[in-house]
Design a protein around this ligand. Sequence first.
Ligand code: ZN
Length: 206
Amino acid sequence: MDFAELEAVEGLRWPWHSWPPTTPAAASLVVPTSVLCSPLQHPTAPDLLPLLPYAPLRCASPGCGAALNPFSRVHHGSARWSCAFCGAAANPFPRLLAPDALPAELFPTHSSVEYLLPPDPAEPGGPGPPALVFVIDAATAAEELTVLKDEVRRLMQGLPEGIRVALVTFAASVWVHDLGFEGCARVVVLNGERELESDKVCEFVI
Ligand SMILES: [Zn+2]
């Protein structure tokens, strides 16, 4: 498999391309299992990234919530599917499942899909505008930081109207920049050596 080619289609970069098979193997990973997602990347083959006109089908197991994907096992007889993440096997299919009409998420080529969510009755105006958070390592070499700043400026110029933007930089401390404050350059500085609960951080930042 050409991972660079796959990344160009999906906009996803993984530190590992296989799951650790055991808990000790997972614990020994130097870099945790994670994914770097580039949602605004222009895919080289947009027709390969399918747009599905419904909400993702999620695992009902408490604390899981993983979406149906090509690694899920389908039980045609009972019209249920097994979650590849937590192993729960009793997830029902709300749509009628026929062997020749499997949901697109199950195709091996559809490891990444996009969902076009139906309108939410609880949100009459539809979902709010998308939000974009730039998180920048300020301890990067000055030369790389200059290139990064130019790239962020270039990205900002190409953003759709109405998108919400946040900027966080970090080195020894974490700087949350208040971009909406017009009077002066305003920033909330969080000490990097103090561990804060998330609600405390919200109190400082909001
Ligand atoms: Zn699950």
